[in-house]
Design a binder for this molecule. Structure first.
Ligand SMILES: NC(=O)c1ccc[n+]([C@@H]2O[C@H](COP(=O)([O-])OP(=O)(O)OC[C@H]3O[C@@H](n4cnc5c(N)ncnc54)[C@H](OP(=O)(O)O)[C@@H]3O)[C@@H](O)[C@H]2O)c1
Length: 348
């Protein structure tokens, strides 16, 4: 008999509150497994979809992008890699449905996850720490590595990390203390790029601990001159802007225009493509197939190994805002007020 599932449902577009009620349990198909959810991380997408009523066509709906949990059912196609009881993280999605069911969405007790976007959690790592990573990895990997975005080299799980800018090329990550930016800093640094982060001064130490060689403050009025002076003589491979800010795009355009190297910014924000200036092109990851195995497969292979070898940090750190699906709405409301270098998490 299938387990009884429950979800935090969004009843209608722009509903102010989620409602916890029963939901269908869905078994996995090819390349899928099901987890019993233990931790959920909250994301700006959860806020935006709920407040603006965008992206989702069918209500009631289940949102949620980041989950960690225990494997309870595995499709035979994944039986050589996963077994019941494995502790894993994975990217959830409310944009992907099967037969009209939100079986891949994160705000529920049983979630279907798709390979390759699944990673095993080492025994000494908690669900609440591990759950900060999945969507940050997905969004930053697609922005850094996919053809059509920055198309940088992917960290190679089989080789020791270059570290310390071994490729002799530099990448700027603006929004480096955000969830997406933190993952971007780690991925680019471990691929061998020298990473220059931009974040508030109070978060520079954290950003450097993720692998950034230097950090600049977005609130510093002389940031353009300071960065240009630092970048002098360096081969800049472009920039990753992981936050929604037109002024950040303008400033990055000015910096790339006046430095050596590629005049290319990858953004995660819809419509950013139209905001390039001074000969700088802005691309986004939004039209990419998130299941494109060409870059996702090696990135998640790297992540699995990096977690085992403790080469990845669970950043930004989690802040647990409550227990149970009933706490999801409170967490979404808190996130709507804004966070700095932290990921809000609900334990289930
Ligand atoms: N397209 C996609 O695939 C995709 C996927 C996930 C998220 N997103 C979008 O990506 C954005 C970031 O998401 P997230 O979860 O990473 O956000 P988040 O962690 O909630 O963002 C908070 C962080 O943003 C930083 N920040 C805010 N304004 C900044 C500025 N002007 N300059 C530099 N840093 C700034 C803050 O840094 P300080 O406190 O250090 O100032 C803070 O740490 C959101 O707009 C989200 O909707 C897109």
């Amino acid at each position: 008999m299938s387990p009884k599932n429950r979800a935090s449902w969004l009843p209608a577009p722009k509903s102010a509150t989620n409602v916890v009620e029963s939901a269908p349990y869905t078994s996995p198909t090819t390349n899928e497994l099901v987890i019993k959810t233990k931790a959920i991380a909250l994301n700006p997408a959860d806020v935006v979809i709920q407040q603006l009523g965008v992206l989702i066509q069918h209500y009631p709906a289940i949102l949620g992008c980041d989950v960690a949990g225990e494997v309870v059912e595995v499709d035979p196609s994944l039986a050589d890699r996963y077994e019941l009881g494995n502790r894993v993280i994975g990217t959830a999605s409310c944009l992907d449905t099967r037969d009209g069911k939100y079986c891949y969405a994160g705000f529920q007790e049983y979630v279907v996850l798709k390979a390759p976007q699944i990673a095993k959690i080492p025994v000494d790592v908690s669900y609440q720490d591990a759950v900060v990573l999945p969507l940050g990895i997905l969004a930053s990997a697609s922005s850094l590595f996919a053809v059509g975005t920055l198309a940088l080299s992917i960290p190679d799980a089989a080789k020791p990390p270059h570290g310390g800018g071994g490729l002799g090329k530099t990448v700027v990550v603006w929004g480096a203390s955000s969830s997406v930016g933190s993952c971007g800093v780690q991925l680019a640094a471990q691929a061998g790029y020298e990473v220059i982060g931009v974040a508030s001064g109070k978060n520079h130490q954290m950003v450097k601990s993720l692998g950034a060689a230097a950090c600049f403050d977005q609130n510093d009025p002389s940031i353009v001159d300071s960065m240009l002076s630092y970048l002098q003589g360096k081969q800049v491979e472009g920039a990753f802007c992981s936050i929604a800010s037109d002024s950040a795009l303008d400033t990055l355009s000015e910096i790339l225009d006046r430095s050596e190297g590629r005049k290319l910014v990858a953004s995660v924000i819809p419509g950013a493509e139209t905001k390039g200036s001074k000969g700088v092109t802005i691309v986004t990851n939004l039209k990419l197939d998130v299941h494109d195995t060409q870059y996702m497969e090696p990135v998640w292979k790297w992540l699995n190994q990096a977690m085992v070898e403790k080469k990845v940090k669970y950043a930004p750190p989690p802040e647990v805002v409550g227990n149970g699906l009933e706490a999801v709405q409170e967490g979404v409301d808190l996130l709507a007020k804004g966070v700095s270098a932290k990921k809000l998490v609900v334990l289930v």
